[in-house]
Design a binder for this molecule. Structure first.
Ligand SMILES: Nc1nc2c(ncn2[C@@H]2O[C@H](COP(=O)(O)OP(=O)(O)OP(=O)(O)O)[C@@H](O)[C@H]2O)c(=O)[nH]1
Ligand SMILES: [Mg+2]
Length: 277
């Protein structure tokens, strides 16, 4: 005869076993479902970035300006290159606020994680040129502007110092903005008008993978409407799209266009392979 204690124990074990079995089954189903979602997920179509830019350009009746600036700066850069010699590859300076994704953009162009990146505290503390074999340009990563007046002055002085030192070598500016920023600071616009002397500025709206149409158009309006004399274009970019189960397949975008315009400005043969961007 089995006593009641043994029976209760057995029931308890059976109960636990059943629960574990049920939970395991549920986990299996969840994993299977996730795998199917991942397999079926298609890269979301980017809602025609150029269309957004064109809307803003038309609205502001300045469609021609970028074209004219591109041609003008191409001439200026190539004339300077003939007159002056510098060592190594022509350079692009990547500048902008801290956290906008400058170093991430540098890595995307290099095809290697060479520049440290991250969330939270400001990461990049020094100017650092990078290049890799096969890339016809050198890219200067830079410390970001952290906001606030004293920090602004530090930022301006540091940029001026770098530009003075590398006057002929740094030929194009990529000014990176977080497309989600929602607000544009007057200081930033004013600086863009003069800080980089007579160098063409490509405005890079980064993180467009997570910004809304409203945010992107708002930023485009603010920067294009400010009539920054040396601006040659605006580019919607995702240097490192956010990955989650639902959008795991989003690829980076916008960098090929940015590079193509930069090569055009500097006069580099466009056949250079940018397929992986
Ligand atoms: N969703 C999304 N996140 C991005 C993108 N680009 C960069 N990030 C993230 O933004 C954060 C900041 O990127 P960084 O490249 O370190 O920014 P930074 O401008 O170099 O910052 P500082 O070095 O502090 O000036 C990181 O967590 C990146 O993963 C993008 O295109 N999309
Ligand atoms: Mg950085």
């Amino acid at each position: 005869m089995e006593d009641n204690g043994e029976k209760t124990k057995r029931n308890l074990f059976r109960n636990v076993r059943n629960q574990v079995k049920k939970a395991t089954q549920q986990i299996r189903e969840d994993i299977q479902e996730s795998a199917e979602r991942l397999r079926d997920a298609k890269p979301p179509t980017i809602k025609n970035p150029l269309a957004r830019l064109n809307i803003v350009l038309k609205e502001m009746a300045i469609g021609q300006r970028f074209e004219e600036n591109l041609a003008r700066y191409r001439e200026i850069i190539q004339r300077r290159a003939k007159e002056k010699d510098f060592e190594g590859k022509p350079s692009v300076l990547v500048a902008g606020r801290t956290g906008s994704g400058k170093s991430t953009l540098v890595n995307a162009v290099l095809g290697a994680e060479l520049a440290p990146t991250g969330a939270g505290e400001p990461i990049t503390m020094d100017f650092q040129p990078y290049s890799v074999e096969g890339l016809p340009i050198e890219i200067y990563d830079s410390p970001g502007w952290e906001g606030g007046k004293s920090k602004a002055n530090e930022f301006i002085d540091a940029i001026k110092h770098l530009l003075n030192k590398n006057d002929d070598k740094i030929q194009v500016i990529w000014y990176v903005i977080d497309a989600q920023a929602s607000r544009v600071v007057d200081f930033e616009i004013e600086q863009l008008k003069t800080l980089f002397d007579d160098r063409p500025i490509c405005l890079v709206l980064n993180k467009c993978d997570i910004a809304t149409d409203e945010q992107i158009i708002g930023i485009l309006r603010a920067f294009i409407g400010a009539n920054i004399p040396s601006q040659v274009g605006a580019y919607e970019v995702a240097a490192k799209p956010q990955t989650s189960l639902d959008d795991a397949l989003i690829e980076r975008f916008g960098i090929t266009d940015l590079l193509a315009q930069t090569y055009y400005l500097i006069g580099i043969d466009q056949d250079t392979d940018t397929n992986n961007l």
